[in-house]
Design a protein around this ligand. Sequence first.
Ligand code: MRU
Length: 347
Amino acid sequence: VHVVQTVSWSPDGRAVRIVDQRRLPGEFAECELRTVRDVCDAIRTLAVRGAPAIGVAAAMGLAASLLPFAGEPVHRLRDRLREHAEAIRASRPTAVNLPRAIDRLLAAAEPAGDSAELLEALRREADAVRDEDRAMCERIGAHGAALIAHGARVLTHCNAGALATAGIGTALAPVYVAARAGRQVHVFAGETRPLLQGSRLTAWELTRAGIPVTVLADGAAAALLRTGTVDVVLVGADRIAANGDVANKIGTYALALASRHHGVPFYVAAPTSTLDPCTTAGDQIPIEHRPAGELLEPFGTANAAAFNPAFDVTPAALITGYITDRGLFVDPARLFASLTATSESLA
Ligand code: MRU
């Protein structure tokens, strides 16, 4: 199963190369992010998107954005680092992977004695953010594959696949691992209004990987669940609050409600970098509201106001379980306890 490389270093090592997700599926194009402005614009316009990929692009982008200033004295470079870090941090509010990645780089730069050391520390930490993300995707896949029997029919929303991470995705990771093991899997992908991450991105990457996919309008999900043709619902997360509430792409909450009504198990897959122990409950998660034009302009301009939150919150009570790199959890308290647990106690 071949998955796309969403974020990488450019050949000269001085820029972040990303798959430009604004242009899929019509065109496979990559672009390079060199400046802090490039990085912020790419995140804000969803050229790179999905919580883990945003964190990885932010980390690598922050490191790359300082390279042209290598000749400056270290105190000047530190001022610049803080300035770039805060600009990138502010580019999107909901996915906690973004501030977490930025904070990791700031901490890694602390001990540096000169400019060369500082830039080296940033690059090393950015590589670690990327490599850890890739490894966490694999472990999510391994833990979640137990839920995917031969012939399974999986419903997902938005894109929580390779395009949303540095690896094989989160919600789609169990699908890829099951497919690698030779199991047949069929994915139903909600199209995901208004920016169509489901029909544009999830359908594209699954088809490319040879996994059959059926796209449905978001409004068709309840009707599909009612027919009994979905075995399991798998979605990703942008932030998981300490009580287990989950912020994810708008429409996830409606899917969880319909799944509960029809008795279909509803799982959230996420790396531990998406767990936010500092946010006590879902209603405290900052929700991004996006421009009205995304809703009103596709077919000429509708003369109306728009309600366009990019994410919603699904209460923990509607979630059957959480698939993370640390294992499969039913109880949110145990999920958060896993953050501090040793690997022996998890085994
Ligand atoms: O607005 P997006 O496309 O960045 O939203 C993405 C999602 O909601 C994903 O489900 C989430 O980030 C998890 S991606 C592994």
